[in-house]
Design a protein. Sequence first.
Length: 247
Amino acid sequence: MRALRITLILAIVLGGLFVLADRVAVGFAEDEAAGRIKSTEGLATTPDVSIGGFPFLTQVVGGELDDVKIDIKSYEASTGGTGSSAGTIRIDDLNAEMHGVAFNGDYSSATAGSATGSASISYAELLKAAKSGPADVAPGVEAQVIGLSDGGNGKIKVTVSGTVLGTKLPEPVSVLSSVTVSGDTVKVHADSLPKLGVQLAEGRIRSITDFQQKIEQLPGGIKLDKVEAAPGGVEISVKGSDVRLVG
């Protein structure tokens, strides 16, 4: 009995030491990965990285991690273009969960088999896209979008003000619009046309109310998947395969 008790105590102690060593190792790996991602993506702040699965050390020996979660509070994505036409759009709370993260022998690079995640773009940030075009968007039209907000039921409320065919709109006009994703582009399209108080072809009205915003170069090569309107802005789902984590 005494020998059995000693064996059990040793097993518990060794098991505790293994768990401690495993947690220390995973903490070091998370910090190292966070630093590399910050450097690779040119981030202003260090992202949060969480490595899932237990034990961590056996995953390392196998050369693949089960799950890695990354949280980037603020990310400046490219809106396309080159030179003076190049621009960025701020994405908030970009979260990605990566599965099957394989790394090479010297741990200099890691690639996830698949990834899913979410992010958000505020209406104030998206409004820049609506205002980015020329002031004279169509012959006789000098109106522009002056506000974006939650329209309820997954719609965006687009508010327009300005001058149409020489007639100044007596007050801002609002219309409910749908928001969708097409490739790397977020599109806003009016469900029904606003009443501007003057006769105007549909194409000219939509040159005011409808707009789109390209979003490129997301971390690791993840892509836009879905988008929907929310109280504070648009909520975006992202996904990808063979996503580069570091290296």
